[in-house]
Design a protein around this ligand. Structure first.
Ligand SMILES: NC(=O)c1ccc[n+]([C@@H]2O[C@H](COP(=O)([O-])OP(=O)(O)OC[C@H]3O[C@@H](n4cnc5c(N)ncnc54)[C@H](O)[C@@H]3O)[C@@H](O)[C@H]2O)c1
Length: 256
């Protein structure tokens, strides 16, 4: 049995100032890794890194910028000697109907959620190759596994992340770089609090498990996929969604 251990590895996590990225950072650190958190939210990012301690760093980084990605790689190499794992977590949500979403907003969401992941992989793959292998975990969504109404740009970007992860996985298998996607369901974070998903406010009947997920439950999956415990897993899509994408709830089918 291989235990989940990231000792000696450096993990770069985008969108790490808060929410799922911050939790993934907390867990990677607890598993022994050095962690570079990046985000456009400087104050929150600095506070999160300070809270995590001396094996964590924060860097301002817009994932849509190739220049910022190069700077993030340089920063990780300077601070910790290299990168062994990349978590492409930064993302923005959207609530548009296909018929109503503006082209400008659609493009902006795809630029952050999908093109940002592409530039990230493109920038970090040579470094992972130099290190003799590594792991990439791309955060997609339940909206990347099913057609979810009101997610025009968001859903399209998350389906794209799912596909791009598989493409990279088949290209990088022999380079010993594993690439997987994680698909969170509804989870308590600042992103979902703005649409009224607030901790302590009861159940969530849409999911077979009848509840909203905790950030730690998503981070558990990310930490596992980063670690050698997942050494033969690549190109996989892991739903961490209380069964949301498995199918409609019994309650829904029975109408009660
Ligand atoms: N919370 C959920 O229920 C849920 C469900 C499915 C998928 N996800 C995905 O999980 C990831 C994390 O979401 P979260 O819930 O923690 O949301 P969040 O809003 O708390 O965190 C996302 C972070 O990404 C950062 N970010 C946004 N644009 C950026 C950019 N251009 N460059 C760098 N950083 C940027 C934000 O500043 C923020 O800190 C996202 O990709 C999201 O789509 C979340």
């Amino acid at each position: 049995m291989t235990t989940i251990d990231l000792t000696g590895k450096t993990i770069l996590i985008t969108g790490g100032a808060r929410g799922l990225g911050a939790e993934a950072g907390r867990q990677a650190l607890a598993a022994g890794a050095d962690v570079v958190l990046t985000d456009v939210l400087d104050d929150e990012g600095k506070a999160t890194a300070a809270e995590l301690g001396e094996r964590a760093r924060f860097l301002h980084h817009d994932v849509t910028s190739e220049q910022d990605w190069q700077a993030a790689l340089k920063f990780a190499v300077r601070e910790f000697g290299g990168v062994d794992g990349l978590v492409n977590n930064a993302g923005v949500t959207t609530g548009g109907l296909v018929a109503e979403e503006t082209v400008e907003h659609f493009r902006r969401v795809v630029d952050i959620n999908l093109t940002g992941v592409f530039i990230g992989m493109k920038t970090i793959i040579p470094e992972l190759t130099r290190r003799g292998g590594g792991a990439i975990v791309n955060i997609s969504s339940a909206a990347g596994l099913m057609g979810m109404a009101l997610t025009a740009g968001y859903g399209a970007s998350k389906w794209g992340v799912r596909g791009l992860s598989k493409i990279a996985a088949v290209e990088l298998g022999t380079a010993r770089i594993r690439v997987n996607s994680v698909h969170p369901g509804m989870t308590y974070t600042p992103m979902t609090s703005v649409i009224g998903i607030v901790q302590g406010e009861g159940n969530y009947p849409n999911t077979p498990m009848g509840r909203v997920g905790e950030p730690v439950e998503i981070a558990d999956a990310v930490t596992f996929l980063l670690s050698d415990a997942a050494s033969y897993i690549t190109g996989a899509e892991l739903a961490v969604d209380g069964g949301w994408t498995a199918g409609p709830t019994v309650k829904y089918i029975m109408g009660q």
